[in-house]
Ligand binder design. Structure first.
Ligand code: NAP
Length: 361
């Protein structure tokens, strides 16, 4: 047994804490150590118990947190990996439904998958852990050490665009020139996922705009501005920015009232992607008039969760490209780094936060 430090929650004494635990580390295929682990709304929802779907691994009375990470291989007994490699571990592990059996546990059809740091499997916020090569994505570009932790949240965005590709085929979505140039994406929210959706929308040639109900701090405006991203405070500029309508509406806020206010601006044959799952959504009023609006315009509303291993690989490719283009400007999206002992970061979003991470080395 080896003594390791881990960030645990869901224990009988409640809350979140850093504990030293005994772990078996002699029998492994690949032995890993996290460099950074990201903190997101899901971690905070688990810690506050507002997310009800989290549960401990069988035989444990606690859950080790952590699903966003960039890790270093400490040792490998398989040829695909060697000490010093950078890897991102896959969060969802398959059950045995038809989707899980083809590597699409993101589309699990009976809920029997597990998720590291969330449902029935310990996560990556621990000094060392062992994993199976099947669930590791190698990050070839070593300079991604600083932003590779964004691979996990970005892979969700890539899956969402796969969903968009599928559902937008029900009618002609692109313009006469065969492109989406001039098509408008509005992303509700200004957190990390909203940021990544906006980067990806622009990468795919959409007009992309992030919105929130209040102004952003100078610091966040500078980070977004340096990356050429657009933001509107819709409480102050309610209509003018949206006169051309919205072709793809993406919600990361989880706020039903805001979603349905923006939905009324979605164009014919438009698509709405629902993504927010913070467990704290306030009640909203969805009316018959909303249904008429959706029906008469052939609007498609699609929920999407998690992603497949191929989306992790695509995410590392986009991050490599963006890091080469923007360097430090992209690294600034990691707004703060904390030691594992600073568990206050699990209680609420930090001031001026896009992505807070725990630094393990
Ligand atoms: P986050 O940092 O908490 O971002 C949420 C954003 O929504 C914040 O910028 C927040 O702004 C904004 N917001 C809240 N209410 C709003 C409103 N009425 N109008 C406009 N903006 C509003 O979380 P995240 O990490 O980016 O993740 C976004 C959501 O996706 C979370 O709910 C998370 O749990 C979920 N998620 C889903 C998946 C999936 O696979 N489906 C994966 C990861 C995360 P303020 O901070 O100013 O309130």
């Amino acid at each position: 047994m080896t003594k390791i430090k881990a960030v645990i929650t869901n224990a009988p004494d409640g809350g979140v804490s850093v504990k030293t635990i005994d772990a078996e580390r002699s029998n492994y295929k690949v032995l890993l150590s996290p460099i950074y682990t990201g903190v997101c709304g899901t971690d905070r929802g688990i810690v506050s118990s507002s997310l009800k779907f989290a549960y401990n691994p069988e035989g444990y009375d606690y859950l080790i947190l952590g699903h966003e990470s960039i890790c270093e291989v400490l040792d490998s007994k398989v040829p695909e990996f060697k000490a010093g490699d950078l890897v991102v571990p896959v969060v969802r592990r398959p059950g045995d439904c038809v989707n899980c059996r083809i590597g699409r546990q993101d589309n699990c059809s009976d809920g029997k998958k597990h998720e590291a740091g969330i449902t029935g499997m310990h996560g990556f916020m621990q000094q060392t852990f062992a994993d199976d090569p099947e669930f590791l994505v190698k990050v070839e570009d070593k300079s991604l050490k600083e932003v590779g932790v964004l691979t996990e949240p970005l892979k969700n965005v890539l899956k969402a665009f796969e969903v968009f590709d599928t559902v937008s085929k029900r009618a002609v979505f692109h313009g006469k020139d065969s492109t989406v140039l001039g098509k408008n994406v509005v992303v509700i929210g200004t957190g990390c996922e909203a940021f990544l959706y906006t980067m990806m929308s622009r990468e795919l040639s959409f007009n992309a705009l992030m919105v929130n109900r209040h102004p952003l701090s100078e610091k966040i405006m500078k980070i977004f501005g340096d990356l050429g991203l657009r933001f509107v405070n819709y409480a102050e500029e309610p209509e003018s920015q949206f006169s051309a309508g919205i072709d793809l509406l993406i919600d990361t806020s989880g706020d039903p009232t805001t979603v349905f206010n923006f939905l009324r601006k979605v164009n014919y044959n438009g698509v709405v992607i629902l993504f927010g799952t913070n467990g704290k959504a306030p009640p909203g009023a969805f009316t018959g008039a909303d249904i008429d609006y959706i029906v008469e315009r052939n609007i498609t509303i699609a929920g999407t969760v998690d992603a497949a291993k191929k989306h992790y690989i695509q995410a590392t490719e986009y991050l490599t490209k963006w890091h080469a283009l923007y360097g430090e400007k992209l690294e600034n999206v990691i707004t703060e780094k904390f030691p594992p002992e600073n568990t206050a970061i699990f209680t609420s979003r930090q001031k001026d936060e896009i992505k807070s991470v725990i630094e393990w080395k």
